[in-house]
Design a binder for this molecule. Structure first.
Ligand SMILES: N[C@@H](CCC(=O)N[C@@H](CS)C(=O)NCC(=O)O)C(=O)O
Length: 251
């Protein structure tokens, strides 16, 4: 199953088509997929640095040859192409093609050193951010995939959340200001709440809502609940997330 497609139960999500997105200066072209939490990371970074970019749809179920040949032979999105202006489906041979959401975030941090992705001129803070992102990627995203795509228990997600929470400061964002940690984590965390609440996933029916109730009510999740609320309220994030549209449900 494509990892960009949420498992469905009882009713069907209407999820918009996949797409490819482009960015300027001289020209950054990113290939993404709207339901993709990985592509969402890249959008958050692009919006934070106020990059100019253009979005182009791509269908992961029928990947065009030019995408595989010229952008990313691995076939995953997001991917970013940085180079001279040209048609989205005909990237310049001089353009650099960069896949992997976290590598793209690092690339954007290099391109826009004062753009708010990583703190400039503070190697220790940058290392702390990277360590948290590495932890999130190796623990939380693995639990997320296991529960929502592979039918394992949502308890794995709750356990991973507690591990991540233990690494957060008492309040605020991971390093105080919004940055790479939030850009990497927010797309997964908001989807976690949404998918559990609506019991979407391959785990047994009812386990999602049960986990969501624990997340919503139990004191041990208070810190991470507040963290997610703060992320949802952050302007760049708010502009990127339309839960109602994502949840448009038809019976
Ligand atoms: N580690 C990659 C993972 C990207 C990924 O798995 N993307 C999914 C969409 S969410 C994809 O392109 N899957 C390929 C497919 O469905 O054929 C990243 O961080 O960018």
């Amino acid at each position: 199953m494509s990892s960009s497609t949420y498992p469905r139960r009882r009713s069907t999500h209407v999820i918009p088509n996949h797409f490819l997105l482009l960015l300027g200066i001289p020209r950054l072209l990113t290939l993404a997929s709207q339901p993709s939490q990985y592509a969402h990371r890249v959008h958050l970074a692009l919006d934070e640095v106020k990059a100019e970019y253009v979005t182009h749809n791509i269908d992961l179920q029928a990947k065009p040859a030019w995408f595989l040949e010229k952008i990313n032979p691995e076939g995953t999105i997001p991917a970013l192409s940085y180079g001279p202006k040209c048609a989205p489906d005909d990237p310049s041979p001089e353009a650099a093609a960069i896949p992997e959401s976290l590598v793209i975030l690092e690339f954007l941090a290099d391109l826009f050193p004062n753009g708010g992705i990583l703190p400039p001129n503070d190697p220790v803070a940058r290392a702390r951010a990277r360590l948290l992102v590495a932890h999130f990627e190796s623990v939380f995203t693995v639990a997320f995939k296991s529960a929502f795509y592979e039918g394992k228990s949502p308890q794995l997600v709750l356990d991973a959340l507690l591990e991540f929470q233990a690494r957060l400061p008492k309040d605020g964002f991971a390093l105080g200001a919004w940055g790479m940690v939030e850009m990497s984590a927010a797309p997964f965390l908001v989807r976690t709440w949404m998918l559990l609440e609506h019991d979407f996933g391959h785990y047994p029916v009812g386990e999602g809502t049960k986990a969501w109730e624990a997340l919503s009510k139990e004191d041990k999740f208070t810190r991470v609940r507040k963290y997610v609320e703060d992320m949802k309220a952050y302007p760049t994030f708010r502009g990127s997330w339309d839960e109602v549209r994502k949840l448009s449900v038809r019976s």
